[in-house]
Design a protein around this ligand. Structure first.
Ligand SMILES: *[C@@H]1O[C@H](CO)[C@@H](O)[C@H](O)[C@H]1NC(C)=O
Ligand SMILES: *[C@@H]1O[C@H](CO)[C@@H](O)[C@H](O)[C@H]1NC(C)=O
Ligand SMILES: *[C@@H]1O[C@H](CO)[C@@H](O)[C@H](O)[C@H]1NC(C)=O
Ligand SMILES: *[C@@H]1O[C@H](CO)[C@@H](O)[C@H](O)[C@H]1NC(C)=O
Ligand SMILES: *[C@@H]1O[C@H](CO)[C@@H](O)[C@H](O)[C@H]1NC(C)=O
Ligand SMILES: *[C@@H]1O[C@H](CO)[C@@H](O)[C@H](O)[C@H]1NC(C)=O
Ligand SMILES: *[C@@H]1O[C@H](CO)[C@@H](O)[C@H](O)[C@H]1NC(C)=O
Ligand SMILES: *[C@@H]1O[C@H](CO)[C@@H](O)[C@H](O)[C@H]1NC(C)=O
Ligand SMILES: *[C@@H]1O[C@H](CO)[C@@H](O)[C@H](O)[C@H]1NC(C)=O
Length: 403
Protein backbone atom coordinates (compact mmCIF):
# COMPACT_ATOMS: atom_id res chain seq x y z
CA UNK A 1 0.00 0.00 0.00
CA UNK A 2 1.25 3.43 -0.84
CA UNK A 3 2.09 5.34 2.26
CA UNK A 4 2.28 9.10 2.24
CA UNK A 5 3.76 10.64 5.31
CA UNK A 6 3.14 14.25 6.08
CA UNK A 7 5.64 15.86 8.29
CA UNK A 8 3.69 18.73 9.68
CA UNK A 9 5.99 19.53 12.50
CA UNK A 10 9.47 19.79 13.80
CA UNK A 11 11.61 17.15 15.36
CA UNK A 12 11.74 14.32 12.85
CA UNK A 13 14.52 13.08 15.11
CA UNK A 14 11.92 11.26 17.13
CA UNK A 15 11.48 8.80 14.33
CA UNK A 16 7.83 9.32 13.55
CA UNK A 17 5.79 12.11 12.10
CA UNK A 18 2.91 13.66 13.97
CA UNK A 19 0.60 12.79 11.10
CA UNK A 20 0.87 9.61 9.10
CA UNK A 21 -1.54 9.16 6.23
CA UNK A 22 -1.80 5.63 4.91
CA UNK A 23 -4.53 5.15 2.34
CA UNK A 24 -7.68 6.51 3.95
CA UNK A 25 -6.32 6.18 7.49
CA UNK A 26 -4.79 9.18 9.20
CA UNK A 27 -2.85 8.48 12.38
CA UNK A 28 -1.89 11.35 14.63
CA UNK A 29 0.67 11.04 17.41
CA UNK A 30 1.29 13.81 19.95
CA UNK A 31 4.16 16.19 19.37
CA UNK A 32 7.00 15.78 21.83
CA UNK A 33 7.62 18.45 24.42
CA UNK A 34 9.20 21.54 22.91
CA UNK A 35 11.92 21.76 25.51
CA UNK A 36 11.22 25.48 25.80
CA UNK A 37 8.62 25.23 28.51
CA UNK A 38 5.97 26.22 25.97
CA UNK A 39 3.45 23.52 25.20
CA UNK A 40 3.35 22.17 21.65
CA UNK A 41 0.04 22.50 19.81
CA UNK A 42 -1.31 19.32 18.26
CA UNK A 43 -4.36 20.99 16.78
CA UNK A 44 -2.95 21.59 13.24
CA UNK A 45 -2.13 17.90 12.71
CA UNK A 46 -5.48 16.81 14.10
CA UNK A 47 -7.33 19.25 11.86
CA UNK A 48 -5.30 18.07 8.89
CA UNK A 49 -6.22 14.47 9.70
CA UNK A 50 -9.90 15.40 10.00
CA UNK A 51 -9.66 17.09 6.62
CA UNK A 52 -7.78 14.34 4.79
CA UNK A 53 -9.51 11.29 6.22
CA UNK A 54 -12.84 12.74 7.31
CA UNK A 55 -14.74 11.32 4.36
CA UNK A 56 -14.91 7.55 4.01
CA UNK A 57 -11.87 7.26 6.22
CA UNK A 58 -10.47 6.55 9.59
CA UNK A 59 -8.67 8.86 11.99
CA UNK A 60 -6.63 7.50 14.85
CA UNK A 61 -5.35 9.64 17.68
CA UNK A 62 -2.85 7.41 19.44
CA UNK A 63 -2.04 7.09 23.12
CA UNK A 64 -0.40 10.06 24.70
CA UNK A 65 -1.18 13.66 25.51
CA UNK A 66 -2.49 15.92 22.75
CA UNK A 67 -2.42 19.64 23.46
CA UNK A 68 -5.38 21.41 21.93
CA UNK A 69 -4.49 25.06 21.53
CA UNK A 70 -7.12 26.08 19.01
CA UNK A 71 -10.78 25.77 18.20
CA UNK A 72 -11.75 22.86 15.99
CA UNK A 73 -14.62 23.46 13.59
CA UNK A 74 -15.16 20.18 11.78
CA UNK A 75 -18.55 20.19 10.15
CA UNK A 76 -18.23 18.07 7.03
CA UNK A 77 -17.48 14.57 8.21
CA UNK A 78 -19.05 11.86 6.12
CA UNK A 79 -18.74 8.21 7.03
CA UNK A 80 -15.77 8.38 9.34
CA UNK A 81 -14.40 6.37 12.24
CA UNK A 82 -12.53 8.49 14.74
CA UNK A 83 -10.59 6.51 17.31
CA UNK A 84 -9.16 8.33 20.27
CA UNK A 85 -6.84 6.46 22.62
CA UNK A 86 -5.09 9.23 24.51
CA UNK A 87 -5.83 12.49 26.26
CA UNK A 88 -6.98 15.72 24.66
CA UNK A 89 -6.08 18.63 26.91
CA UNK A 90 -7.49 22.04 26.02
CA UNK A 91 -5.08 24.90 26.61
CA UNK A 92 -5.19 27.20 29.59
CA UNK A 93 -5.20 30.35 27.43
CA UNK A 94 -8.51 31.62 28.71
CA UNK A 95 -8.29 34.89 26.77
CA UNK A 96 -7.89 32.93 23.52
CA UNK A 97 -10.96 30.81 24.20
CA UNK A 98 -13.08 33.77 25.29
CA UNK A 99 -12.16 35.47 22.02
CA UNK A 100 -12.34 32.51 19.69
CA UNK A 101 -14.89 29.95 20.86
CA UNK A 102 -17.35 29.05 18.15
CA UNK A 103 -20.88 30.31 18.66
CA UNK A 104 -23.79 27.94 19.06
CA UNK A 105 -27.09 29.72 18.87
CA UNK A 106 -28.39 28.76 22.27
CA UNK A 107 -28.44 31.69 24.68
CA UNK A 108 -25.07 33.10 23.65
CA UNK A 109 -23.19 29.90 24.38
CA UNK A 110 -20.08 28.81 22.47
CA UNK A 111 -17.89 25.80 22.03
CA UNK A 112 -14.28 24.62 21.61
CA UNK A 113 -15.10 21.83 19.15
CA UNK A 114 -18.01 21.56 16.72
CA UNK A 115 -18.61 18.24 15.01
CA UNK A 116 -21.05 17.96 12.12
CA UNK A 117 -21.84 15.80 9.11
CA UNK A 118 -23.23 12.30 8.73
CA UNK A 119 -22.28 8.79 9.83
CA UNK A 120 -19.68 9.71 12.39
CA UNK A 121 -18.39 7.23 14.93
CA UNK A 122 -16.14 8.51 17.70
CA UNK A 123 -14.81 5.81 19.97
CA UNK A 124 -12.69 6.30 23.06
CA UNK A 125 -12.39 2.70 24.28
CA UNK A 126 -12.69 3.87 27.87
CA UNK A 127 -9.17 5.33 27.65
CA UNK A 128 -9.87 8.60 25.82
CA UNK A 129 -9.79 11.46 28.26
CA UNK A 130 -11.04 14.99 27.53
CA UNK A 131 -9.40 17.37 29.97
CA UNK A 132 -10.74 20.92 29.83
CA UNK A 133 -8.52 22.21 32.64
CA UNK A 134 -11.80 23.40 34.04
CA UNK A 135 -10.47 24.49 37.39
CA UNK A 136 -8.97 27.54 35.68
CA UNK A 137 -12.42 28.38 34.36
CA UNK A 138 -14.15 27.77 37.66
CA UNK A 139 -11.66 30.04 39.38
CA UNK A 140 -11.75 32.92 36.92
CA UNK A 141 -15.50 32.62 36.48
CA UNK A 142 -16.29 32.89 40.16
CA UNK A 143 -19.72 34.32 40.71
CA UNK A 144 -20.82 34.43 37.10
CA UNK A 145 -22.74 31.51 35.75
CA UNK A 146 -23.02 31.42 31.96
CA UNK A 147 -20.06 33.53 30.89
CA UNK A 148 -20.05 34.37 27.18
CA UNK A 149 -17.19 32.71 25.32
CA UNK A 150 -16.66 30.04 27.94
CA UNK A 151 -16.54 26.98 25.72
CA UNK A 152 -18.65 23.87 25.80
CA UNK A 153 -16.23 20.96 25.35
CA UNK A 154 -17.89 19.16 22.43
CA UNK A 155 -20.88 20.24 20.38
CA UNK A 156 -22.68 18.15 17.82
CA UNK A 157 -23.93 20.62 15.26
CA UNK A 158 -26.05 19.65 12.24
CA UNK A 159 -24.91 16.09 12.83
CA UNK A 160 -26.75 12.97 11.78
CA UNK A 161 -26.20 9.31 12.67
CA UNK A 162 -23.51 9.75 15.27
CA UNK A 163 -22.11 7.33 17.81
CA UNK A 164 -19.95 8.54 20.65
CA UNK A 165 -18.71 5.82 22.97
CA UNK A 166 -16.31 5.32 25.83
CA UNK A 167 -15.01 8.83 26.56
CA UNK A 168 -14.16 10.23 29.95
CA UNK A 169 -14.39 13.96 30.62
CA UNK A 170 -12.61 15.58 33.53
CA UNK A 171 -12.81 19.21 34.53
CA UNK A 172 -14.64 20.29 31.42
CA UNK A 173 -14.37 24.01 30.67
CA UNK A 174 -18.15 24.41 30.78
CA UNK A 175 -20.96 22.09 29.72
CA UNK A 176 -19.62 18.75 28.52
CA UNK A 177 -21.78 18.14 25.52
CA UNK A 178 -24.34 20.11 23.63
CA UNK A 179 -26.36 18.76 20.76
CA UNK A 180 -28.09 21.11 18.33
CA UNK A 181 -29.87 20.68 15.00
CA UNK A 182 -29.02 17.02 15.06
CA UNK A 183 -30.66 13.71 14.47
CA UNK A 184 -30.08 10.13 15.57
CA UNK A 185 -27.32 10.61 18.09
CA UNK A 186 -26.22 7.74 20.31
CA UNK A 187 -23.88 8.29 23.22
CA UNK A 188 -22.83 5.41 25.39
CA UNK A 189 -20.47 4.67 28.25
CA UNK A 190 -19.48 8.20 29.04
CA UNK A 191 -18.07 9.35 32.34
CA UNK A 192 -18.08 13.02 33.22
CA UNK A 193 -16.89 14.62 36.39
CA UNK A 194 -16.50 18.34 36.71
CA UNK A 195 -17.17 19.10 40.29
CA UNK A 196 -17.67 22.80 39.77
CA UNK A 197 -19.91 22.94 36.74
CA UNK A 198 -21.23 20.72 34.03
CA UNK A 199 -24.18 19.94 31.90
CA UNK A 200 -25.31 18.01 28.93
CA UNK A 201 -27.99 19.61 26.87
CA UNK A 202 -29.77 19.28 23.60
CA UNK A 203 -31.49 21.81 21.47
CA UNK A 204 -33.45 21.35 18.25
CA UNK A 205 -32.46 17.72 18.17
CA UNK A 206 -34.09 14.46 17.28
CA UNK A 207 -33.56 10.84 18.16
CA UNK A 208 -30.96 10.82 20.85
CA UNK A 209 -30.08 7.67 22.73
CA UNK A 210 -27.77 7.75 25.68
CA UNK A 211 -26.74 4.79 27.74
CA UNK A 212 -24.47 4.13 30.67
CA UNK A 213 -23.28 7.46 31.95
CA UNK A 214 -21.69 8.58 35.12
CA UNK A 215 -21.98 12.32 35.54
CA UNK A 216 -20.87 14.63 38.28
CA UNK A 217 -21.97 18.16 37.80
CA UNK A 218 -22.55 21.63 39.06
CA UNK A 219 -25.57 22.63 36.99
CA UNK A 220 -28.10 20.20 35.63
CA UNK A 221 -26.59 16.87 34.67
CA UNK A 222 -28.77 16.17 31.71
CA UNK A 223 -31.15 18.73 30.37
CA UNK A 224 -33.35 18.92 27.34
CA UNK A 225 -33.70 22.35 25.79
CA UNK A 226 -36.02 23.67 23.10
CA UNK A 227 -37.18 21.63 20.16
CA UNK A 228 -35.77 18.29 21.21
CA UNK A 229 -37.68 15.12 20.57
CA UNK A 230 -37.29 11.36 20.66
CA UNK A 231 -34.60 11.27 23.27
CA UNK A 232 -33.91 8.18 25.31
CA UNK A 233 -31.39 8.35 28.12
CA UNK A 234 -30.71 5.44 30.41
CA UNK A 235 -28.37 4.18 33.12
CA UNK A 236 -27.04 7.46 34.38
CA UNK A 237 -25.52 8.19 37.75
CA UNK A 238 -25.46 11.88 38.60
CA UNK A 239 -23.52 13.14 41.58
CA UNK A 240 -24.21 16.56 43.09
CA UNK A 241 -26.44 19.31 41.73
CA UNK A 242 -29.10 18.60 39.10
CA UNK A 243 -30.15 15.22 37.79
CA UNK A 244 -32.77 14.75 35.03
CA UNK A 245 -34.22 18.01 33.78
CA UNK A 246 -36.46 19.30 31.01
CA UNK A 247 -35.66 22.99 30.40
CA UNK A 248 -35.18 25.72 30.89
CA UNK A 249 -37.02 26.42 27.66
CA UNK A 250 -39.61 28.87 26.35
CA UNK A 251 -37.45 31.86 27.20
CA UNK A 252 -38.52 33.78 24.10
CA UNK A 253 -42.28 34.18 24.04
CA UNK A 254 -42.18 35.00 20.31
CA UNK A 255 -40.52 31.69 19.53
CA UNK A 256 -42.36 28.50 20.45
CA UNK A 257 -40.36 25.71 22.03
CA UNK A 258 -41.40 22.10 21.60
CA UNK A 259 -40.10 19.18 23.63
CA UNK A 260 -41.66 15.75 23.21
CA UNK A 261 -41.12 12.03 23.58
CA UNK A 262 -38.39 12.05 26.18
CA UNK A 263 -37.64 8.92 28.18
CA UNK A 264 -35.34 9.12 31.20
CA UNK A 265 -34.75 5.61 32.56
CA UNK A 266 -32.69 4.17 35.42
CA UNK A 267 -31.19 7.27 36.97
CA UNK A 268 -29.37 7.41 40.27
CA UNK A 269 -29.06 10.86 41.81
CA UNK A 270 -26.73 11.41 44.76
CA UNK A 271 -26.82 14.66 46.76
CA UNK A 272 -28.58 16.34 43.86
CA UNK A 273 -30.78 19.40 43.84
CA UNK A 274 -33.47 17.49 41.98
CA UNK A 275 -34.36 14.09 40.67
CA UNK A 276 -36.95 14.70 37.96
CA UNK A 277 -37.78 18.27 37.05
CA UNK A 278 -39.55 20.31 34.40
CA UNK A 279 -38.81 24.01 34.40
CA UNK A 280 -39.94 26.37 31.68
CA UNK A 281 -40.18 30.08 31.16
CA UNK A 282 -43.66 31.47 30.68
CA UNK A 283 -43.52 31.15 26.89
CA UNK A 284 -45.28 29.24 24.16
CA UNK A 285 -44.96 25.73 22.78
CA UNK A 286 -45.25 22.53 24.75
CA UNK A 287 -43.60 19.83 26.79
CA UNK A 288 -45.35 16.57 26.19
CA UNK A 289 -44.93 12.84 26.58
CA UNK A 290 -42.08 12.69 29.06
CA UNK A 291 -41.35 9.68 31.26
CA UNK A 292 -39.12 9.60 34.30
CA UNK A 293 -38.81 5.90 35.17
CA UNK A 294 -36.80 3.94 37.71
CA UNK A 295 -35.15 6.71 39.67
CA UNK A 296 -33.26 6.08 42.87
CA UNK A 297 -31.90 8.97 44.84
CA UNK A 298 -30.32 9.96 48.11
CA UNK A 299 -30.53 13.28 49.92
CA UNK A 300 -32.12 15.32 47.15
CA UNK A 301 -33.12 18.92 47.83
CA UNK A 302 -36.43 18.90 45.91
CA UNK A 303 -37.01 15.57 44.14
CA UNK A 304 -39.92 16.43 41.83
CA UNK A 305 -40.58 19.97 40.69
CA UNK A 306 -42.60 21.56 37.90
CA UNK A 307 -42.71 25.28 37.23
CA UNK A 308 -43.89 27.35 34.25
CA UNK A 309 -42.04 30.47 35.38
CA UNK A 310 -38.45 29.70 36.18
CA UNK A 311 -36.31 32.67 37.29
CA UNK A 312 -39.25 35.05 37.34
CA UNK A 313 -42.11 35.69 39.65
CA UNK A 314 -44.47 36.79 36.89
CA UNK A 315 -46.17 34.80 34.16
CA UNK A 316 -46.67 31.74 36.32
CA UNK A 317 -50.38 31.72 35.66
CA UNK A 318 -50.42 33.27 32.19
CA UNK A 319 -47.90 30.94 30.51
CA UNK A 320 -49.37 29.15 27.51
CA UNK A 321 -46.59 26.61 27.30
CA UNK A 322 -48.59 23.45 27.90
CA UNK A 323 -47.10 20.63 29.95
CA UNK A 324 -48.89 17.33 29.38
CA UNK A 325 -48.56 13.56 29.47
CA UNK A 326 -45.77 13.40 32.02
CA UNK A 327 -45.17 10.21 33.95
CA UNK A 328 -43.10 9.56 37.06
CA UNK A 329 -42.85 5.80 37.57
CA UNK A 330 -40.83 3.87 40.17
CA UNK A 331 -39.32 6.85 41.92
CA UNK A 332 -37.68 5.96 45.21
CA UNK A 333 -35.42 7.89 47.49
CA UNK A 334 -34.86 10.31 50.29
CA UNK A 335 -35.61 14.02 50.27
CA UNK A 336 -33.39 16.48 52.12
CA UNK A 337 -36.36 18.44 53.47
CA UNK A 338 -40.07 17.76 53.89
CA UNK A 339 -41.05 18.25 50.24
CA UNK A 340 -41.38 15.27 47.92
CA UNK A 341 -42.88 17.21 45.03
CA UNK A 342 -43.85 20.78 44.19
CA UNK A 343 -45.93 21.25 41.06
CA UNK A 344 -47.31 24.62 40.06
CA UNK A 345 -48.86 24.68 36.59
CA UNK A 346 -50.09 27.76 34.77
CA UNK A 347 -53.80 28.42 35.32
CA UNK A 348 -53.96 29.59 31.68
CA UNK A 349 -52.69 26.20 30.47
CA UNK A 350 -53.16 23.66 33.26
CA UNK A 351 -51.00 20.56 33.18
CA UNK A 352 -52.76 17.43 32.05
CA UNK A 353 -52.05 13.74 31.83
CA UNK A 354 -49.79 13.70 34.89
CA UNK A 355 -49.18 10.31 36.45
CA UNK A 356 -47.42 9.22 39.63
CA UNK A 357 -46.97 5.46 39.86
CA UNK A 358 -45.05 3.65 42.53
CA UNK A 359 -43.55 6.73 44.15
CA UNK A 360 -41.81 6.24 47.47
CA UNK A 361 -40.11 9.38 48.70
CA UNK A 362 -39.21 9.56 52.35
CA UNK A 363 -37.62 12.28 54.37
CA UNK A 364 -33.99 11.54 55.08
CA UNK A 365 -34.54 12.22 58.77
CA UNK A 366 -36.78 9.15 58.82
CA UNK A 367 -39.48 10.84 60.90
CA UNK A 368 -40.98 13.74 58.97
CA UNK A 369 -43.73 13.06 56.46
CA UNK A 370 -43.18 14.68 53.10
CA UNK A 371 -45.61 17.05 51.38
CA UNK A 372 -46.83 16.88 47.78
CA UNK A 373 -47.85 20.35 46.61
CA UNK A 374 -50.17 20.70 43.61
CA UNK A 375 -51.69 23.61 41.70
CA UNK A 376 -53.56 23.69 38.39
CA UNK A 377 -53.28 20.03 37.49
CA UNK A 378 -56.20 18.94 35.30
CA UNK A 379 -57.64 15.54 36.15
CA UNK A 380 -55.69 15.62 39.38
CA UNK A 381 -57.84 12.90 40.90
CA UNK A 382 -56.68 10.44 38.22
CA UNK A 383 -53.03 11.46 38.49
CA UNK A 384 -52.16 9.33 41.48
CA UNK A 385 -50.40 12.31 43.05
CA UNK A 386 -51.10 12.26 46.79
CA UNK A 387 -51.53 16.06 46.91
CA UNK A 388 -51.31 17.47 50.41
CA UNK A 389 -51.81 21.17 49.59
CA UNK A 390 -51.38 23.84 46.96
CA UNK A 391 -48.10 24.99 45.46
CA UNK A 392 -47.67 28.77 45.32
CA UNK A 393 -46.52 30.32 42.02
CA UNK A 394 -43.50 31.69 43.84
CA UNK A 395 -42.34 28.26 45.03
CA UNK A 396 -38.50 28.23 44.93
CA UNK A 397 -36.27 25.97 42.88
CA UNK A 398 -34.01 25.27 45.83
CA UNK A 399 -35.19 24.78 49.38
CA UNK A 400 -33.14 25.71 52.39
CA UNK A 401 -35.18 24.00 55.07
CA UNK A 402 -38.51 22.41 55.90
CA UNK A 403 -41.58 24.30 54.73
C1 LIG B 1 2.79 5.09 8.84
O1 LIG B 1 1.83 4.11 9.13
C2 LIG B 1 2.06 2.89 8.43
C3 LIG B 1 0.89 2.00 8.65
O2 LIG B 1 0.56 1.91 10.02
C4 LIG B 1 3.36 2.30 8.90
O3 LIG B 1 3.64 1.11 8.19
C5 LIG B 1 4.47 3.29 8.66
O4 LIG B 1 5.68 2.80 9.22
C6 LIG B 1 4.15 4.62 9.30
N1 LIG B 1 5.16 5.58 8.91
C7 LIG B 1 5.75 6.38 9.76
C8 LIG B 1 6.77 7.30 9.23
O5 LIG B 1 5.48 6.38 10.97
C1 LIG C 1 -28.54 5.94 13.58
O1 LIG C 1 -27.15 6.00 13.79
C2 LIG C 1 -26.53 4.74 13.97
C3 LIG C 1 -25.07 4.97 14.24
O2 LIG C 1 -24.93 5.53 15.50
C4 LIG C 1 -26.72 3.90 12.72
O3 LIG C 1 -26.17 2.63 12.95
C5 LIG C 1 -28.18 3.79 12.40
O4 LIG C 1 -28.32 3.13 11.15
C6 LIG C 1 -28.82 5.17 12.30
N1 LIG C 1 -30.26 5.04 12.10
C7 LIG C 1 -30.85 5.56 11.07
C8 LIG C 1 -32.33 5.39 11.04
O5 LIG C 1 -30.26 6.16 10.20
C1 LIG D 1 -15.22 13.80 40.94
O1 LIG D 1 -14.05 14.55 41.07
C2 LIG D 1 -13.85 15.07 42.36
C3 LIG D 1 -12.66 16.00 42.34
O2 LIG D 1 -11.68 15.56 41.46
C4 LIG D 1 -13.65 13.90 43.32
O3 LIG D 1 -13.47 14.37 44.63
C5 LIG D 1 -14.90 13.04 43.27
O4 LIG D 1 -14.71 11.89 44.08
C6 LIG D 1 -15.20 12.60 41.86
N1 LIG D 1 -16.49 11.93 41.85
C7 LIG D 1 -16.67 10.75 41.29
C8 LIG D 1 -18.05 10.18 41.38
O5 LIG D 1 -15.79 10.16 40.70
C1 LIG E 1 -24.80 -0.54 29.53
O1 LIG E 1 -24.61 -1.25 30.75
C2 LIG E 1 -25.40 -2.43 30.81
C3 LIG E 1 -25.28 -2.97 32.21
O2 LIG E 1 -23.94 -2.96 32.61
C4 LIG E 1 -24.91 -3.39 29.72
O3 LIG E 1 -25.69 -4.55 29.73
C5 LIG E 1 -25.06 -2.71 28.37
O4 LIG E 1 -24.53 -3.51 27.37
C6 LIG E 1 -24.34 -1.39 28.35
N1 LIG E 1 -24.65 -0.70 27.12
C7 LIG E 1 -23.73 -0.31 26.28
C8 LIG E 1 -24.20 0.38 25.06
O5 LIG E 1 -22.52 -0.48 26.47
C1 LIG F 1 -28.83 1.07 35.83
O1 LIG F 1 -27.73 1.97 35.72
C2 LIG F 1 -26.59 1.56 36.42
C3 LIG F 1 -25.55 2.63 36.22
O2 LIG F 1 -25.96 3.82 36.81
C4 LIG F 1 -26.12 0.23 35.90
O3 LIG F 1 -25.02 -0.20 36.66
C5 LIG F 1 -27.22 -0.79 35.98
O4 LIG F 1 -26.81 -1.98 35.38
C6 LIG F 1 -28.46 -0.27 35.25
N1 LIG F 1 -29.57 -1.18 35.42
C7 LIG F 1 -30.18 -1.72 34.39
C8 LIG F 1 -31.35 -2.58 34.70
O5 LIG F 1 -29.82 -1.51 33.23
C1 LIG G 1 -38.76 25.42 17.38
O1 LIG G 1 -39.30 24.98 16.17
C2 LIG G 1 -40.33 25.84 15.69
C3 LIG G 1 -41.00 25.16 14.52
O2 LIG G 1 -40.05 24.60 13.69
C4 LIG G 1 -39.71 27.17 15.33
O3 LIG G 1 -40.70 28.07 14.87
C5 LIG G 1 -39.10 27.76 16.59
O4 LIG G 1 -38.42 28.94 16.28
C6 LIG G 1 -38.12 26.78 17.23
N1 LIG G 1 -37.76 27.26 18.52
C7 LIG G 1 -36.53 27.48 18.87
C8 LIG G 1 -36.28 27.93 20.28
O5 LIG G 1 -35.61 27.29 18.09
C1 LIG H 1 -44.09 8.92 23.71
O1 LIG H 1 -42.67 8.82 23.75
C2 LIG H 1 -42.21 7.51 23.60
C3 LIG H 1 -40.70 7.56 23.71
O2 LIG H 1 -40.33 8.03 24.94
C4 LIG H 1 -42.62 6.95 22.27
O3 LIG H 1 -42.20 5.62 22.15
C5 LIG H 1 -44.12 7.03 22.13
O4 LIG H 1 -44.49 6.63 20.84
C6 LIG H 1 -44.58 8.45 22.36
N1 LIG H 1 -46.04 8.50 22.34
C7 LIG H 1 -46.69 9.29 21.52
C8 LIG H 1 -48.17 9.26 21.65
O5 LIG H 1 -46.12 9.98 20.70
C1 LIG I 1 -41.38 -0.33 37.51
O1 LIG I 1 -40.81 -1.29 38.37
C2 LIG I 1 -41.40 -2.58 38.19
C3 LIG I 1 -40.86 -3.47 39.29
O2 LIG I 1 -39.47 -3.41 39.31
C4 LIG I 1 -41.06 -3.10 36.81
O3 LIG I 1 -41.64 -4.34 36.59
C5 LIG I 1 -41.63 -2.11 35.79
O4 LIG I 1 -41.22 -2.48 34.49
C6 LIG I 1 -41.09 -0.70 36.06
N1 LIG I 1 -41.77 0.23 35.17
C7 LIG I 1 -41.15 0.90 34.23
C8 LIG I 1 -41.96 1.82 33.40
O5 LIG I 1 -39.94 0.80 34.02
C1 LIG J 1 -40.07 3.15 50.76
O1 LIG J 1 -38.65 3.30 50.80
C2 LIG J 1 -38.11 3.10 52.11
C3 LIG J 1 -36.61 3.35 52.03
O2 LIG J 1 -36.35 4.57 51.43
C4 LIG J 1 -38.40 1.69 52.58
O3 LIG J 1 -37.95 1.54 53.88
C5 LIG J 1 -39.92 1.44 52.52
O4 LIG J 1 -40.17 0.08 52.81
C6 LIG J 1 -40.46 1.74 51.15
N1 LIG J 1 -41.93 1.65 51.16
C7 LIG J 1 -42.58 0.98 50.26
C8 LIG J 1 -44.08 0.99 50.39
O5 LIG J 1 -42.04 0.40 49.34
Amino acid sequence: MKALTLLTSLLPALGHAALNVTGSTCTVTPLPATGTGKEPDDTPQILQAFKQCGTNGKIVLTDGLFHIGQIMDTLSFNNVDIEIHGTLRWSSDIQYWLRSSLPVTYAGRSTAWRVGGTDIRIRGFGTALFDGQGQLWYDQNRGQSNQNGRPISLTLWHAKNVLIDGITWRQSQFWHTFVAYSENITMTNLDMNATSNSQWSTWNSNNIFLQNWTVTCGDDCISMKGNSSNVHISNVHCYESGCAVIGSMGSNAAQPDYVSNIYYDNFTCTHSSNAAWIKTYSGTGYVKNVTFANFKFTDVNQPIYVTPCIYSSSGCDSSRLKISDIRWINITGTSRYNIASAIHCSSAAPCDGFLFENINITNKDGRTTDKYLCSNIANQAQSGIPCTGTCPASWPQQLSGNS
